[in-house]
Design a protein around this ligand. Structure first.
Ligand SMILES: CC(C)(COP(=O)(O)OP(=O)(O)OC[C@H]1O[C@@H](n2cnc3c(N)ncnc32)[C@H](O)[C@@H]1OP(=O)(O)O)[C@@H](O)C(=O)NCCC(=O)NCCS
Length: 322
């Protein structure tokens, strides 16, 4: 049986780190309001020369080093992003060139904040069907460039960054072996107007700015995330009390708490980085994963659940024996 195994993780953040207090000098907000409503304390904001592709390439270098894999041995790059460097070509091809890979398959996936989960399912399917053997799966974003810095209801919530994993095909006869056990995705396009960008290539010919009805998104997020985690665990034949770690999309600490409570998961088993990175959209899950792997919390053989929800709406979860 072929399984996709995570053999390395990596992440990258822009140099500039901005506190709530610094933001409050520009926008009518306060550290108190942001911390109480969201749990966010800092975010990183990309500067000149830092783009989605440069952050992605840095995250990949770290993941390749952790996996002990040579870049030339990568045969597939899938980059989840809603903020590509250019409308085309895919930023994944830019990352390929930056890593010096002569030939591989490379493309982007657009599912906003759940983009990394979408990319994981696509790559896992390609690995298990034998199309790819060794892949880089990336979530990378520069949301600071699509924020309306006059709109305090959205601009305080997001940050920039990138996370990457190396996923490798491993043959295992053992049901209890390592690898991705299940993935489950959903989309419901009727909710486009709750979280969207008010521009686009084929409509306004502009990039546009992020718009969100935060309270309604919040309500849907808790319901959908709890449901998809329950669904993906059931598919893997596991119950919530067998989960060692949940690595959720880092949108809001209150969403993380409410979702964990709904599933009866102890808060200590939830990896939280939203305080340090804010919402980095598709980058948030692989970024948080890398933090918890590098600080030693996530260990080989443990059951790890990844989950995310974003614009569309799109949402999904993956259950992994790490
Ligand atoms: C955005 C969010 C933090 C807002 O929290 P909330 O408790 O719903 O707050 P509301 O939007 O009802 O606003 C409450 C008040 O705070 C004010 N406010 C909004 N943003 C503010 C800010 N940055 N600073 C200070 N005050 C702010 C509002 O104007 C409103 O004031 P009013 O009552 O005088 O009109 C919350 O809804 C949320 O996190 N939603 C989910 C967002 C999300 O995760 N999106 C990404 C999913 S991928």
């Amino acid at each position: 049986m072929i399984r996709s195994v995570i053999t390395g993780t990596g992440s990258a953040l822009p140099v500039r780190r901005v506190s709530n207090a610094q933001l409050a000098e520009q926008v009518d907000t306060s550290d108190e309001w942001i911390v109480e409503r969201t749990g966010i304390r800092f975010r990183h904001i990309a500067g000149e020369g830092e783009t989605t592709a440069t952050l992605a390439a840095d995250a990949c270098r770290a993941a390749l080093a952790a996996a002990g894999v040579d870049a030339q041995d990568i045969d597939l790059i899938v980059l989840a992003t809603a903020t590509p460097d250019q409308t085309f070509p895919a930023s994944a091809t830019k990352v390929q060139a930056m890593l010096g890979i002569d030939d591989c398959v490379a493309f982007d996936v657009a599912a906003v904040c759940s983009g990394f989960l979408y990319a994981v399912q696509v790559v896992d399917s390609m690995i298990r069907s034998g199309v790819a053997k060794r892949a880089l799966v990336i979530g990378a974003e520069t949301f600071s460039r699509i924020l309306d810095w006059e709109d305090r209801t959205t601009c305080v919530l997001f940050g920039d960054g990138a996370g990457a994993i190396v996923l490798e095909a491993q043959d295992t006869a053992d049901e209890g072996g390592r690898g991705i056990l299940t993935t489950k995705l959903h989309a419901d396009g009727r909710h486009n107007q709750l979280l969207y960008v008010d521009g686009g290539v084929s409509t306004t010919g502009t990039v546009g700015k992020l718009r969100m009805k935060g309270r309604e998104v919040f309500r849907h997020a808790v319901t959908n995330l709890a449901a998809v985690m329950t669904e993906s665990l059931a598919m893997a034949g596991l119950s919530a009390d067998q989960v060692d770690w949940v690595v959720p999309h880092q949108a809001n600490a209150r969403i993380l708490d409410a979702t964990a409570r709904k599933l009866g998961l102890a808060p200590e088993r939830v990896v939280v980085t939203v305080d340090q990175h804010a919402n980095t959209s598709a980058a948030s899950v692989p970024l948080a994963l890398d933090v918890a792997v590098r600080d030693g919390r996530i260990q080989q053989g443990q059951i790890v659940v990844l989950e995310a929800m974003g614009g569309g709406f799109t949402w999904g979860a993956a259950v992994i024996r790490f």
